[in-house]
Design a protein around this ligand. Structure first.
Ligand code: BGC
Length: 741
């Protein structure tokens, strides 16, 4: 059930001994060299770096993907330096290399660890083909603020979903053995708490109580460590007054002391020198001292370590033992990767870029990532027999680069199949497809083409509106304060709506958007995130009903920004809002009037519920859950309870459903969330089919970190829900007892 039960990576048993032997031959300068990563972007390499490589001053390079240059850098390091130590070649391979998969948040919406693992495997092979042997992914920051641009890089808000998919991604990159051709080292980032930056402003500060760190933000990292992740990256953010890069508590006491992490810690880009800007240190020397003492083993793209560590050792402020410990871990990874035997890359030894299987994996991931948010009167799927003309309108219908999303350094937009192309391919000559871009980009305020858009809509049988955000509106340093549809898009929706034809919105975006003003104006909404290279064919298959949508939201959709943070696993508080006040309009919860008698946790001007809850996602069929039950009303600590439900497909198409198990621990020594995801599984059912879905829950799956920080499971009453979203009523109960009387 838990993410931590994943198979762990096989490491080479001799790697540590070989690293130890090598370490004993190294000078202090060579050791510090291993702790330094430098930028090797085109133009800087290899001549620029040759001298430092020969001197053994560099342990790793970042940002070069030219296999000829990388092989040359390795050659200089291996053949011309005194000890011949090969390089770690780092690159951000976040959601694909050449073949781009959906943004991680979209992959989160698949709730499918096998697909996420396969996507990372494809990416690893493509990256390894040019000599990259280390990536800075997965990003497993719990993200509960859609204003934060980096939510796009995350798997969303949920501890179990993020942990499970993070582990899957680690396994995909690293494979069964790092030494296998096509495996690369993974890096769990950003440790820790980066997702909680104040007001969603990137790089801002975070204040997170220890219980929350332990029960929420740490958990995916603990799972990744248990799964054998090779490296961990620090966060740029200030954590409770001590920036993560200088935070000994998280990097040494927790990561190494409590979790036995045996890989190495890399700083984020130049984040050691930034300790001074934070106001923690006076200069680079102090920053290097704080960072190495806190537990940072390698500096990314900065010179605080290379310029200061030897002086700090000479002064006795940093022990050589601390340096040795860092270098041991770096060398061990190099031995684990087999770099001493095979420092060079033969691109021909790996499959070509964007191979058929890679594109098919990307298509499947995109297909399962799309979430059907709304589907009034079965507006979808479109029946090609019933429509003879289709208006395809909007700035994101035919935008090959934008559909790839953020962090795609090496992604190739020429490979993208856009929705417009895929729709035209699908309908062929049968349907007249009329395309109006209407806006140059998603931010445009120019409405000059809206008349054409509206008249085209009026002339067609149905309208497909491709809206959202282009890729630059999410990602690092791209936070937004207003997360509605940018530019004049809402006006475009209204103009097109006025034509009186069925309107289907397909939204491509890097975050949950606030859609309150749009949701009533359209008949259906398919949320496609940034779906990657094969987004078009996946979207077309869903629009025309070749497959039923099966994605589920990995993050709550707020109605308005003022609700943020809003997430399913909230605490109840002492005055929780009353669900009876909720009003429904068109099946969607609308404004719940507050009265002076309310006296509960409410905003006066909006409903307390989100626009769309975590786990939500409709299907073309009708899935019905019944008879949720437990195997035992009472279990002992250390025991297992089975929770089951009957799932039926009462519609008329075969479809997949993500079945979700939630629990609530009703009484805790620290208060517990109103719901916590404890299991999930995809089930495919034919029309008319009924299946029993069961989850085994061990009492260890119900632990939490208590007041003293230790994980406990406390006897008492638990509720359990099984359903197709976090907003479900059908539940059962069981009790954990210390021992049966
Ligand atoms: C980001 C990291 C990334 C690094 C290297 C930093 O700005 O925060 O996530 O891995 O750059 O590109």
């Amino acid at each position: 059930m838990t993410a931590t039960s994943a198979d762990t990576l096989t490491r080479r048993p001799e790697a540590r001994e070989r690293a130890q032997a090598l370490l004993s031959e190294m000078t202090l300068a060579e050791k510090i060299g291993q702790m330094s990563q430098v930028e090797a972007t085109h133009g800087y390499a290899p001549d620029y770096l040759a001298e430092r490589l020969r001197a053994g001053d560099i342990g790793s390079v970042i940002n070069n993907v030219d296999v000829g240059i990388i092989n040359e850098l390795q050659r200089i390091a291996v053949e011309e330096s005194r000890l011949g130590i090969p390089l770690l070649i780092g690159r951000d391979v976040i959601h694909g290399f050449k073949t781009i998969f959906p943004i991680p948040l979209g992959q989160g919406a698949t709730w499918n660890p096998e697909l996420v693992e396969e996507g990372a495997r494809v990416a690893a092979r493509e990256a390894a083909k040019c000599g990259v042997n280390w990536t800075f992914a997965p990003m497993i920051d719990i993200s509960r603020d859609p204003r934060w641009g980096r939510i796009a890089e995350s798997f969303g808000e949920c501890v179990l979903l993020t942990s499970t998919l993070g582990v899957a991604m680690v396994k995909g990159f690293q494979g069964d053995s790092l030494a296998t051709n096509g495996s690369i080292a993974a890096c769990a980032k950003h440790f820790a708490g980066y997702g909680a930056v104040e007001s969603g402003r990137d790089y801002a500060t975070t204040n997170i109580p220890d219980t929350k760190l332990r029960n929420v933000y740490f958990r995916p990292f603990n799972a990744a460590v248990d799964a054998g992740v090779s490296t961990v990256m620090t966060s740029f953010s200030d954590l409770n007054g001590v920036p993560a890069t200088g935070n000994r508590y998280i990097l040494t006491e927790v990561l190494r002391g409590e979790w036995d992490f045996d890989g190495f810690v890399v700083s984020d880009w130049d984040s050691i020198r930034q300790l001074q800007i934070h106001g923690l240190t006076e200069n680079d020397r102090e920053s290097a001292c704080e960072a190495v003492d806190a537990g940072v083993d390698m500096e990314m793209a900065g010179d605080a370590f290379s310029g200061n560590l030897s002086g700090l050792v000479e002064e006795g402020r940093v022990s050589e033992a601390r340096i040795d410990a860092a270098v041991m871990k770096i060398l061990t990874l190099k031995f684990d990767l087999g770099l001493f035997e095979n420092p060079y890359t033969d691109p021909e030894s790996l499959p070509g870029y964007a191979s058929e299987p890679a594109l098919e994996a990307a298509r499947l991931a995109a297909l399962q990532s799309c979430v059907l948010l709304k589907n009034n009167a079965r507006a979808l799927p479109l029946d090609t027999g019933a429509v003879s003309s289709l208006a395809v309108i909007g700035p994101l219908a035919d935008a090959p680069y934008e559909q790839l999303g953020t962090w795609i350094f090496d992604g190739d937009p020429d490979l993208s199949v856009t929705p417009l192309t895929a729709i035209r391919d699908f309908v062929g000559e049968d349907v007249d497809v009329r395309y109006v871009r209407a806006m140059q980009n998603s931010r445009s305020r120019d409405t000059a083409d809206f008349d054409v858009a509206a008249s085209t809509a009026a002339q067609c049988d149905a309208v497909l509106l491709f809206l959202g955000e282009e890729s630059i509106l999410s990602g690092e340093a791209h936070s937004r304060a207003d997360i509605g549809l940018p530019g004049a898009q809402e006006e475009l929706v209204r103009r097109v709506r006025a034509a009186g034809k069925p309107v289907i919105a397909v939204i491509l975006a890097g975050r949950p958007l606030t859609l309150s003003d749009v949701v009533g104006e359209v008949d259906a909404i398919l949320y496609a995130w940034h779906p990657g290279t094969m987004g078009g064919p996946a979207i077309a298959d869903l629009l025309f009903g070749i497959e039923s949508p099966s994605g589920k939201l990995p993050a709550t959709f707020p109605r308005v920004v003022g609700q943020i943070p809003i997430y399913y696993s909230q605490k109840n508080g002492g005055k929780p809002p009353n669900r009876d006040n909720v009003v429904h309009i068109d099946d969607i919860e609308a404004f719940a009037p507050q009265t002076s008698l309310g006296m509960s946790a409410f905003h006066l001007d909006t409903c307390f519920t989100p626009l769309f809850p975590f786990g939500h996602g409709l299907s073309y069929t009708n899935f019905v859950y019944e008879n949720v039950r437990v195997s035992d009303d009472e279990i002992e600590l250390g025991g297992t309870v089975t929770i089951s439900a009957e799932l039926s497909n009462r519609g008329d198409v075969e479809a997949e459903e993500v079945v979700q198990l939630y629990t609530r621990d009703l009484v805790g020594s620290i208060t517990r969330p109103v719901k916590e995801l404890k299991g999930f599984r995809r089930e495919r059912l034919r029309p008319g089919e009924t299946r029993t879905v069961s989850f085994d829950l061990h009492t260890d799956d119900l632990t939490f970190s208590g007041r003293d920080g230790r994980r406990v499971v406390e006897p008492g009453l638990f509720h359990a829900w099984i359903g197709g979203s976090s907003d479900i009523d059908l539940h059962t109960a069981f009790r954990i007892v210390a021992s049966r009387s």
